[in-house]
Write a protein that binds this ligand. Structure first.
Ligand code: PLP
Ligand code: COI
Length: 341
């Protein structure tokens, strides 16, 4: 089926639009039910649900791509399924089996095929799976019932302007603690980032960069994306830390730079007072794709990477290769794409 919605796909931004169908599955008495598609995009849950009071919930984000050959592509969906299992384990929720996750994603994407932006528009169908702990409760304990849902919505670039340099600033807040939940995708991390995000966007920045919560000397990640830098001698560097979200995009870029481009790669500490080691830098993630970082302000210091207006050559090459794989223009490494009609 082709897209028949009358939409200006180039300018949809990153916002929600109601679609035809959503997926819902319930976990009760130790098992997930089969799951089904529903029309409504609302849930009725107990007021005592642990998801509401104690943040017992997690989510994922991935995309469906209308590919060059007309098929639909999912990028590394198994990795999202596995990361959601990690999140569930960390906050004592039942895991969704990988096969169930992938089948559910395919089902809801297929049911909303007309919302997949056309090939060449640059837009994609964002897929948001999540698990919440529900049921009557008041004490701090895991829920007795869970709901696994997926909704989808067509999106454009997360950062306004897409592939144009963003302006970041170091936050004085932390989004996660050293032995906390930073490495899993739970809502609490994002609740913690709302106020810092409000402050920095009010000051004219695109988003903030969080430092390591223990010493506040090393870059952890951007609000909703991982950080990478390209050193002046062409090494792909990305921070390593137990409190950042292991980005599937970042892991893919580590593979592409190493195995395809033959660059040296390093996962290591990135000191915020040593940014002049980098010729280019970027933020990477499913929503962010690759967004070049034009500048990073830290207190009175402002570091300009490649340029505040132009995209650096390595960042551009990485972006082209990554979206080439996703849209079916470049051969994907074994197992990265799930394709269906
Ligand atoms: N870091 C944070 C805090 C995020 O929310 C995201 C988005 O999922 C990422 C990094 C990027 O991860 P991924 O590439 O798996 O989308
Ligand atoms: C994603 O990239 O999928 C994210 O989850 C980022 C943000 C929209 C929360």
């Amino acid at each position: 089926m082709s897209t028949n919605l009358n939409t200006d796909w180039g300018n949809i931004g990153f916002s929600y639009r109601k679609t035809n169908a959503n997926y819902v599955s319930l976990w009760k008495n130790g098992v997930w039910d089969e799951g089904k598609l529903v029309k409504e995009n609302t849930l009725t849950i107990s007021m005592g649900s642990p998801a509401i009071h104690y943040g017992q919930q997690c989510f994922e984000g991935l995309k469906a791509y209308r590919r060059k050959n007309g098929s639909i592509g999912l990028f590394r969906a198994d990795q999202n399924a596995k990361r959601m299992q990690e999140s569930c384990r960390r906050i004592l929720m039942p895991e969704v089996p990988v096969e169930k996750f992938i089948e559910a994603v395919k089902m809801v994407v297929k049911a909303n095929e007309e919302f997949i932006p056309p090939y060449g528009s640059g837009a994609t169908l964002y897929i948001r799976p999540f698990v919440i702990g529900v049921g009557d409760n008041v004490g701090i304990k895991p829920a007795t019932e869970y709901i696994f849902c997926i909704f989808v919505t067509p999106v454009g670039p997360y950062f306004k302007g897409g592939m144009s340099p963003i302006k970041l600033v170091v936050s004085e807040y932390d989004r996660a603690a050293p032995y906390g939940t930073g490495a899993v995708k739970v809502g609490g991390n994002y609740a913690a980032s709302l106020l810092p995000h409000k402050h920095v966007t009010h000051e004219g920045y695109t988003d903030c960069v969080y430092l390591d919560p223990k010493t506040h000397t090393k870059i952890e990640e951007v609000g909703a994306a991982n950080f990478f830098g390209i050193t002046k001698d062409n090494i792909f560097v990305t921070p390593i830390s137990p409190s950042i979200l292991p980005s599937i995009t970042k892991n893919s870029l580590l593979y592409i730079t190493d195995k395809v481009f033959g660059m040296k790669v390093e996962e290591r500490d990135v000191y915020v007072n040593n940014l002049d080691e980098f010729a280019e830098a970027g933020a990477c993630g499913t929503a962010a794709v690759i967004s070049p970082i034009g500048s990073l302000t830290n207190g009175k210091d402002k570091y300009i990477f490649y340029s505040e207006t132009e995209v650096g050559p390595v960042t551009k090459k990485l972006y082209d290769h990554l979206i080439g794989i996703q849209f079916g223009e470049v051969e994907a490494p074994e197992g990265w794409m799930i394709e269906f009609k």
